[in-house]
Each structure stands twice: as structure tokens, then as C-alpha cells.
Design a protein around this ligand. Structure first.
Ligand SMILES: Cc1cc2nc3c(=O)[nH]c(=O)nc-3n(C[C@H](O)[C@H](O)[C@H](O)COP(=O)(O)OP(=O)(O)OC[C@H]3O[C@@H](n4cnc5c(N)ncnc54)[C@H](O)[C@@H]3O)c2cc1C
Length: 522
């Protein structure tokens, strides 16, 4: 790397950063682009090839492996927060699930920022574009990848009255087939799907901060002291935990935070690091009556090679809460007709403490889609290599606690109370290990207090953080950081509100849309 100047500098070569850098570099005017990534190039690194192998990357050298502050509302537990530290970012660690948010979620975004281009109608062309670019497809579109429990799980949800979602109308309400971002069973990272041959990529390089001349961003300072000049713009795509850190270290944020660390204020911005949200979830393991049938990964009879092309599951069920239940809870009235939680039935129980992956168990993921709790990200020090201070504040609102409890009961009904799954599933097996002693198995008539205890002691996030440099507050509708010039944010941090589905579909679309906005000004 010899250039110390480029038209555009992209800070963070993760999911969104690679899309932005690629699109800018390939535009007609061929601007010069430097992409700076804290982690390494994963080419040739073990276990970066498939989704299932990728499970072993969590907590390793390609993971920032953030740790939250103790969360009072989850029994003071510190939560493990994985995030890719590698070219491709989350697209190297993630589970590949490709699920759009609901039409109402995107419309709420458009309304929150007063711009219809961020509503469903405005985002749909970008979602369509990334889906055809990446070729995201349903799991069963591979005729060999028909999991043995596919029909039984669908029938269980049918029994509970779940209807197919009207996906053509943008709805996720009901049951949908999960899509996946893979190609022939291989992970499709952002840096491969969006070519970087015209981009100068600097890996293993941490950005310290953005440099300014007055209110104008002029380039970046690296941790090793080198500086790079941007002729046009700096675009920050360092992810929902590190983007606010880079902004704060650059002098953009709440003045009291900046002054307490001796950082000169470039631009007061109260929203930096506020508004953190994630899809809080509870994972449950269900014991199979006859493991020899080969229903779950780990069984010797679960041996079709196509079953290992991705996470083994089929369906995502997104549901609303009955209006009378919502109306009893503070702020619940605002969420009539919104899909507030999602349930996945997965034919493997990965990472549930004490539950073996030996074909004896399947699992469920039950997650809040539109949490109303908000957390914070701030800095512990002025050292860019330090982890930021993350307080996720999960389950801080009554509504979130009500929704997750309702959703967990619904999950138990599907797995333990339906004619389709009763002959297959014997019961729920509680996780075990330190701090989990004495948990009782959950049943369809579990008491409120036992259910609450389980959620408190075992609930965790779903790796879907966002909101920490929110559109409308920190950035405008084109991702431009308010109050300064030539600086944008273009990653998961800009989401102003939580969205249903899983984030990657939306974030690829956001990156495409914001790259287009940048190019309009080239
Ligand atoms: C374990 C896991 C499973 C997931 N599963 C799914 C799933 O199945 N479906 C789905 O839709 N989503 C999933 N996600 C979420 C999805 O991958 C993320 O939402 C997405 O990657 C966020 O994109 P981003 O561009 O905002 O940030 P990231 O992809 O995290 O990229 C940020 C990049 O910036 C780099 N960086 C940070 N600070 C600096 C710095 N100072 N200098 C230089 N570089 C820096 C980081 O190293 C990283 O590469 C999962 C995430 C994880 C972690």
C-alpha cells in the first residue's frame, strides 16, 4: 500500500463496507477507493468456507468478541457479542439466513425519518436488486436438501393457525420458507460478491479516527500513526459497536462524553452510541423421542451431504400479539398488527450450554423483532483498540418482557402441544452449567415465574445489533453525518428503528442505496 490519498476512504471492510467500496470503485468515473479493515483477509483461513464450519469461528481471531457490561435486567449477566473482525465482517461469521423485514417495519422507518425512499416502497427495488445479485434462495430450492422434519414442523404451525405470509405484498406475518445467502453450499462473503479489484484494500489495519479541518472531514488517522487523505469523502462502516467508537474518537458525540476523555469536540451529536437495539432471543433444546430416526444433526442417520450446506432449518414464523394483550402493556397500543417475534425450529442445538450435538435434540430460536428497550455504546478510553463500553439494556421494558414470554409459550405450544410434533418431541431439556443449576424443564403449562426465570438466566441477543448512529438523529437520509461535511455512515448503525426479519438482507440494500447516493454527487 503506497497511496496515502484516495477519493473515498471506507472505514471497516465488513458486510456494508465491501459493498460501498466495490460500487464506488466500479462506477463510470472510476474514483480511487481505499478500504481499511481491522481484521485479516480470510482467504484460505480454516472454517470460513461454509456456514456450519463458521460456528467454530465465534470467539476466535476473526471475531471482535465484544463483551457487554453486566445487564441488570438479565440477572446481571455479561453477554457475549460476536462481530466479524475480518474482511467481509459479519458476512464471514453469520449464519446465512436471508429474511426481509415486514412492509410495516420499513414504512415505520420511512415515517421516522420523514422520507418515503426508506419506506417499503422505496427500499423494495434495492432489496430486489441485492437478492438477484446474490441469488438468495430458499433452502428447499436444493432438491436434495429436504430435511426430515420439514413437513412435521410446517404442520405443527398449521395446527396453531399460522398462515403463509403474503410475501408478494411485503408481509412476513405468518410462516415463510427461510432463504439463505450461500452459493452451492458455500458462504458468500460480501467481499467476494462485490469485487474489490479496483479498491486498495488494507487489512489488519485499525482506524483510530477521522481527521478534520474545521467541520470538513479530510481523511483518517490509523493506529500506527499513518494518515490517509480523502479527496472527496470518508464513509464509516465499522459496525454498530465500533462505528460510534470511531465517531466519538473523532470528536463527534455527546460533549460530556468527549470532554471526559479529553477529546476536542468537532460536532456535538447527542445520538452517537444511543438507541442500540438487538433481537433479544431465548434458545430452547427439545429432546427427540427416537434419535435413531436421524432428525437432527449429530445423528449418524442425518447423513445426506446436502443437509450440511447450511444451518438445518426450513421455516420462520413471525407473529403479532393479540390487541387485548398489547393494550394492557405500556406502549403496547403502538404495536397493533406488527410482527413482534419470530420463531425458528432448527435441527441442531448449537451452543446451548450442556446440550450435546449428537442427534438427540433439535432447538428453537424465539426472538423479539421490534424491541422497545434501548442500550448504549460509548468509549472506555481513547485507545481505539479497547473494546467500547456496551450496555444493551435488554428487556428493560414491560412490553419486551411480555412479548418474549408470549413468544416462548407459543414456541412450547408448537413443539410440545401439537399432534404433528408430540410423537416426535419428548420434552424440553434445560441448559446446564454454571449459574444454570436447578432450572426446571419447560412445559406448555409452565408457570409465569419459571418462564421468567428461564428468560432472565438464559436469554441472549441474536447478533443483530443496530441503531447507534441513527438516521434522523446522527446522520441524514443520505447517511451524511449531521453538522459536518464529507463524512457518512453506511452500516447497521444507521437503522433508526428495529426491523423484523434478519438484518443482512436489509443492510445489503442499505449499502447499495447509500453507494448510489454518494455516486450521485460524484
Ligand atoms: C454470529 C453471527 C450470526 C449472524 N447471523 C445472521 C443471519 O443468519 N442472517 C442475517 O441476516 N444476519 C446475521 N448476522 C448479522 C449480520 O451479519 C450483521 O448485521 C452485519 O454483518 C452487519 O454489517 P455491518 O456492515 O454493519 O458491520 P460488520 O459486518 O460487522 O462490519 C464492520 C467491519 O468494520 C471493521 N472495523 C471495526 N472497527 C474498525 C476500525 N476502527 N478500523 C478498521 N476496521 C474496523 C470490523 O472488523 C468489521 O469487519 C449475524 C451476525 C453474527 C455476528
Amino acid at each position: 500500500m503506497s497511496s496515502t490519498t484516495a477519493d473515498y476512504i471506507v472505514v471497516g471492510g465488513g458486510l456494508a463496507g465491501c459493498v460501498i467500496a466495490s460500487r464506488l470503485s466500479q462506477s463510470e468515473k472510476k474514483p480511487s477507493v481505499i478500504l481499511v479493515e481491522a481484521g485479516p483477509d480470510p482467504s484460505g483461513k480454516p472454517n470460513t468456507d461454509t456456514i456450519l464450519n463458521g460456528l467454530s469461528l465465534l470467539g476466535g481471531e476473526l471475531d471482535h468478541a465484544f463483551q457487554s457490561a453486566p445487564v441488570p435486567t438479565t440477572a446481571n449477566r455479561q453477554h457475549f457479542l460476536p462481530a466479524g473482525k475480518v474482511l467481509g465482517g459479519g458476512s464471514i461469521l453469520n449464519f446465512g439466513g436471508w429474511l426481509r423485514a415486514d412492509v410495516a417495519d420499513y414504512d415505520a422507518w420511512g415515517e421516522a425519518v420523514g422520507d418515503r425512499s426508506w419506506s417499503y416502497e422505496g427500499l423494495k427495488p434495492w432489496l430486489d436488486k441485492v437478492e438477484s445479485h446474490l441469488g438468495a434462495a430458499t433452502i428447499s430450492s436444493d432438491p436434495n436438501r429436504i430435511y426430515p422434519l420439514r413437513n412435521a414442523v410446517k404442520t405443527a404451525w398449521d395446527e396453531l393457525g399460522s398462515q403463509p405470509a403474503e410475501e408478494a405484498k411485503g408481509s412476513i406475518s405468518g410462516i415463510v420458507e427461510v432463504k439463505e445467502n450461500t452459493q452451492n453450499g458455500l458462504r458468500q462473503p460480501s467481499y467476494a460478491a462485490y469485487p474489490l479489484e479496483r479498491v486498495t484494500v488494507m487489512t489488519n489495519t485499525v482506524v483510530h479516527r477521522v481527521n478534520f479541518s474545521g467541520k470538513q472531514a479530510t481523511g483518517i488517522l490509523l493506529v500506527d500513526g499513518r494518515e490517509i487523505t480523502a479527496q472527496k469523502e470518508v464513509i464509516i462502516t465499522a459496525g454498530a459497536y465500533r462505528t460510534p467508537q470511531v465517531l466519538l474518537l473523532s470528536g463527534i458525540g455527546p460533549p460530556d462524553v468527549l470532554s471526559s476523555h479529553g477529546i476536542p469536540v468537532v460536532q456535538p451529536s447527542l445520538g452517537v452510541g444511543k438507541n442500540l437495539f438487538d433481537h433479544f432471543a431465548i434458545y430452547l433444546a427439545f429432546r427427540l423421542r427416537d434419535p435413531s430416526k436421524g432428525y437432527a444433526l449429530g445423528s449418524s442417520a442425518f447423513n445426506n451431504p446436502s443437509f450440511f450446506k447450511g444451518l438445518p432449518y426450513d421455516w420462520a414464523v413471525s407473529e403479532q400479539l393479540p390487541a387485548e394483550k398489547l393494550d394492557k402493556v405500556e406502549s403496547g397500543g403502538a404495536f397493533h398488527n406488527r410482527n413482534l417475534y419470530e420463531v425458528l425450529v432448527v435441527y441442531v442445538p448449537p451452543g446451548i450450554p450442556g446440550i450435546p450435538v449428537d442427534g438427540t435434540h433439535i432447538a428453537t430460536s424465539t426472538m423479539l423483532l421490534l424491541p422497545t428497550s434501548r442500550g448504549t455504546v460509548t468509549i472506555k478510553s481513547t485507545d481505539p483498540n479497547d473494546q467500547p463500553e456496551i450496555q444493551p439494556n435488554y428487556l428493560a421494558t414491560e412490553l419486551d418482557r411480555e412479548v418474549i414470554a408470549h413468544a416462548a409459550r407459543r414456541t412450547l405450544d408448537a413443539l410440545l402441544g401439537t399432534e404433528a410434533l408430540k410423537p416426535i418431541v419428548e420434552g424440553e431439556t434445560p441448559p446446564s452449567g454454571e449459574g444454570l443449576e436447578g432450572l426446571k424443564p419447560l412445559t406448555v403449562d409452565v408457570s409465569d415465574s419459571d418462564l421468567h426465570e428461564r428468560i432472565l438466566k438464559t436469554g441472549m441477543q441474536h447478533h443483530h445489533s443496530g441503531g447507534t448512529a441513527a438516521m434522523g438523529s446522527v446522520v441524514d437520509v443520505d447517511g451524511k453525518v449531521k453538522g459536518v461535511e464529507r463524512l457518512r455512515v453506511a452500516d447497521g448503525s444507521v437503522l433508526p428503528v428495529p426491523l423484523g426479519g434478519h438484518p443482512q438482507a436489509t443492510l445489503y440494500a442499505v449499502a447499495e442505496k447509500l453507494a448510489d447516493a454518494i455516486l450521485e454527487q460524484l
